[in-house]
Design a protein around this ligand. Structure first.
Ligand SMILES: Cc1cc2nc3c(=O)[nH]c(=O)nc-3n(C[C@H](O)[C@H](O)[C@H](O)COP(=O)(O)OP(=O)(O)OC[C@H]3O[C@@H](n4cnc5c(N)ncnc54)[C@H](O)[C@@H]3O)c2cc1C
Ligand code: FES
Length: 280
């Protein structure tokens, strides 16, 4: 999400239970499937991680194996879906550089080092209906909250935005969550312009607005969610991205760098990646 923070809003902690301690271990690759365009799905058997997942949390995946020396740093990846009973987690990833390119070569039966679940996730609490607004791979950070809300009988509405139809990744989870409406918008036909999305959402939801709005993947969509949240009296939660070396709160490489702040906090990995977004 680049540098998503401006003076127009403030990041506040989400209110929820303290996250359980993360686990580190070797996860078994059970499948690694090409979805579309540059997107892949990686399913891992990792029972100790799957047991503690909350929607919006992530894992740090070490891609280098055996005699590989590169890439040394683990890569942060949102947990797209999971099953605590069967002990698996699923990651949907886009090929960006060396690490994610190497991930495409993982085969069923291999083992990789994974640490998680990490960070503060989304909270649904007493919401009766929610809206998720995601852009590109950011939609995959929202899949878990849509599925968790649907399991609790909460009404789900969703917007998936991307550069082109092939970049509308992760839609399958929102279909499973019964998202209605499920707006698929993209740049190729200009349907993804925030003003157009805002007008469409107002028309569809003004009479029955959501209690909570969750967003990830776009600064402009965060601004739109802030406007809609203000108009509807809905809480906005945002999942941020930052370059991460440890994912555990040690290196301070993932500071969200609020303008005007001399502090390194909040840290996206430990205090986030999910924050409440409030007016400045
Ligand atoms: C909390 C969180 C959840 C994420 N969830 C997903 C997901 O579900 N699916 C997915 O495809 N991507 C996700 N990302 C982005 C993903 O971590 C990067 O695309 C990935 O690290 C790129 O690694 P690379 O080696 O392919 O790219 P390179 O550009 O070669 O990476 C070089 C370095 O920059 C870091 N880096 C590069 N791009 C990003 C980025 N956008 N965010 C953070 N670090 C970056 C890498 O980790 C690495 O340390 C997430 C990022 C965060 C912070
Ligand atoms: S990535 Fe090291 S402190 Fe956040």
């Amino acid at each position: 999400m680049g540098s998503p923070i401006s003076t127009a809003g403030r990041l506040l902690p989400v209110e929820g239970q303290p996250a359980p301690a993360p686990r580190a271990g070797l996860a078994l690759v059970t499948s690694n499937t090409h979805l579309s365009d540059r997107y892949w799905s990686l399913r891992l058997q990792a029972p100790e991680i799957a047991a503690g997942v909350r929607p919006g949390q992530f894992v740090m995946v070490t891609v280098a194996r055996g005699t590989d020396s590169h890439p040394a740093l683990p890569r942060p990846m949102a947990i797209y879906d999971w099953d605590a009973g069967d002990g698996w987690i699923e990651i949907v990833y886009g090929v960006v550089g060396a690490g994610s390119r190497l991930m495409t070569g993982l085969a069923a039966g291999e083992r990789i080092t994974v640490v998680g679940p990490l960070g503060q996730g989304f909270t649904v609490n007493d919401a009766e209906s929610i809206l998720t607004v995601g852009r590109g791979i950011g939609s995959c950070s929202l899949a878990g909250v849509a599925l968790a809300a649907a399991r609790r009988g909460v009404r789900v509405r969703a917007v998936l935005s991307g550069r082109h139809p092939g970049a509308l990744v992760g839609a399958e989870a929102f279909v499973r969550a019964g998202a209605d409406p499920l707006l698929l918008v993209h740049d190729a036909d200009a349907s993804s312009a925030p003003a157009r999305i805002g007008a469409q959402l107002s028309r569809l939801l003004d009479t029955q607005p959501p209690d909570r709005i969750y967003t990830c993947g776009s600064r402009r969509l965060l601004d739109l969610c802030g406007d809609l949240g203000r108009a509807w009296g809905a809480e906005v939660q945002v999942s941020l991205e930052a370059h991460m070396a440890c994912g555990l709160g040690y290196c301070h490489g993932c500071s969200s760098s609020l303008p005007g702040s001399s502090s390194e906090e909040p840290l996206v990995c430990a205090d986030g990646p999910v924050f409440r977004w409030a007016d400045a």
